[in-house]
Design a protein around this ligand. Structure first.
Ligand SMILES: Nc1ncnc2c1ncn2[C@@H]1O[C@H](COP(=O)(O)OP(=O)(O)OP(=O)(O)O)[C@@H](O)[C@H]1O
Length: 230
């Protein structure tokens, strides 16, 4: 599903953010990516979204060789990838229903399908009753659940989450991680989660890829949050 072969990424300044990384993630896997600040985790996510080009190496996602994608093919490529970020990124002037429906309107989903799928996604994330609320009327945990519903409504094969619990308290962090785990198990979505949340990583017993200074220093099935200098 995801394959990086000897991928490096250098920005114009400093040493490479990602150095000679090779990584294979199968369809349906749930993978945590951990590592101290500046180790290259967000750069990895941006490379997978083709927001950045690798300086060296190749990336294959699904059956797409990202280096071969033309500019005009990128929007369609990204439609198959759901994203969730630390800061929720909801549309502030739209209510919950419209935030999710918006993701479908941009790909011209028929209205009757939107009317069916938005409530279904809201039920999945436990927010069926809040469909008329605006983001500022919701707690952080609720906003992140809306963001998750939006990320999933178009049925992506892959979900990329960059510190999805970074702004949440422990209870809400757990709820979001449980939801991610359920989605992975029930829908078979391949999920990659960048996180600093040691307790959750240690408890969930998933595959854990640890980065340090742009390099993968460990990759363990049923792994834990390795001890490194935070
Ligand atoms: N746009 C940029 N221009 C120059 N250097 C950058 C840029 N973005 C990131 N870097 C550098 O690349 C390295 C990796 O950054 P990255 O954001 O991928 O780390 P990270 O592991 O996601 O960190 P954090 O956990 O703090 O989010 C860092 O040294 C950072 O300073």
């Amino acid at each position: 599903m995801i394959e990086l072969k000897n991928v490096s990424k250098s920005y114009s300044t400093g040493s490479p953010a990602v150095k000679n990384v090779s990584l294979h993630i199968d369809k349906g896997e749930f993978v945590f990516v951990v590592g101290n600040s500046g180790s290259g985790k967000s750069t990895l996510i941006k490379l997978l979204l083709k927001e950045l080009e690798p300086t060296e190496g190749s990336i294959i996602v699904g059956n797409k060789v990202l280096g071969d994608l033309k500019q005009r093919q990128i929007p369609r490529y990204r439609r198959n990838i759901g994203t969730v970020f630390q800061d929720f990124r909801l549309l502030k002037d739209r209510n919950v229903y419209e935030n999710i429906a918006f993701a479908q309107r941009v790909i011209e989903t028929p209205t009757r399908r939107i009317r069916k799928q938005v409530p279904a996604m809201l039920s999945l994330v436990g927010l069926a009753e809040k469909y008329k609320s605006f983001p500022k009327q919701l707690s952080g945990g609720e906003q992140q659940r809306v963001a998750l519903a939006r990320a999933l409504v178009n049925g992506p094969a892959i979900l990329l989450c960059d510190e999805p619990t970074g702004n949440l308290d422990p209870k809400n962090s757990w709820d979001i991680m449980q939801l991610l785990s359920e989605i992975n198990e029930r829908r078979g979505t391949t999920i990659l989660v960048v996180t600093h949340n040691r307790e959750i990583v240690d408890a969930m017993q998933k595959r854990v890829v640890t980065m340090n200074k742009g390099v993968i220093i460990s990759d363990e099935q049923k792994g834990g949050y390795n001890n490194y200098e935070a």
